[in-house]
Write a protein that binds this ligand. Structure first.
Ligand SMILES: CC(C)(COP(=O)(O)OP(=O)(O)OC[C@H]1O[C@@H](n2cnc3c(N)ncnc32)[C@H](O)[C@@H]1OP(=O)(O)O)[C@@H](O)C(=O)NCCC(=O)NCCS
Length: 171
């Protein structure tokens, strides 16, 4: 196994998904998402699916983003089948780094890539969990506390915070 570097991110392939799910189970033990969800996002928006491989077939990190309606994050573990035609934000579904490799700024290039993909939509949104708002605020995200959003966040747990990084008004 080689040490991961920030330059090692590459587009995800379907063959990465078993390793991705193994890492997801480590990072998110209480949020299971199945292979069908990952295959769905890879098919719908491959440019937003990124992995940071180790040399042995496992992954040090992955990142997943795709277009959505700005205040409508999809529930966890849902197959979408198609992207919303009126998308006005890029949703950062997940950025996950193996605990062994955290604190080395490995996530940064993937976040930067997803923010570049968000530009045509005028915003990036995400649901922050595990107390990560300070991490996301580094990239210009701010928390949005809207009662209408609270029910949509129910499946993400009590510490879920909806965050927005807006570069153009909503359509
Ligand atoms: C959030 C996450 C993607 C950041 O990735 P990263 O490459 O470690 O990011 P950074 O190196 O920039 O570190 C971010 C912060 O993590 C903390 N950190 C540092 N070393 C750490 C370690 N060994 N273990 C855990 N956290 C650590 C620090 O507070 C750091 O903030 P700082 O800029 O003030 O030093 C990663 O911590 C992760 O996968 N967390 C679990 C999944 C998650 O919460 N994803 C986001 C869901 S919305």
């Amino acid at each position: 196994m080689s040490e991961p570097t920030a330059a090692g991110w590459r587009p995800m392939e379907a063959g990465d998904i078993p390793a991705l799910m193994a890492l997801s189970a480590t990072v998110h033990p209480t949020f299971f998402e199945g292979e069908a969800m990952f295959l769905d996002r890879l098919a719908l928006f491959p440019e937003g699916s990124l992995v940071l491989p180790l040399g042995d077939g496992s992954l040090a990190a992955y990142a997943l983003g795709y277009p959505v309606r700005r205040f409508a994050p999809p529930p966890l573990d849902t197959v979408l089948g198609q992207l919303p035609p009126e998308a006005d934000a890029l949703y950062i579904h997940d950025v996950a780094v193996d605990p062994r490799w955290r604190g080395r700024k490995l996530a940064e290039p993937a976040v930067a890539r997803l923010l570049a993909l968000a530009e045509p939509y005028g915003a990036a949104v995400l649901v922050s969990v595990y107390g990560t708002p300070p991490f996301w605020s580094r990239f210009g995200f701010r928390a949005v506390d809207d009662p209408a959003l609270r029910s949509k966040l129910a499946s993400y747990g009590e510490d879920a915070v909806f965050m927005l990084r807006e570069t153009a008004p909503a359509r």
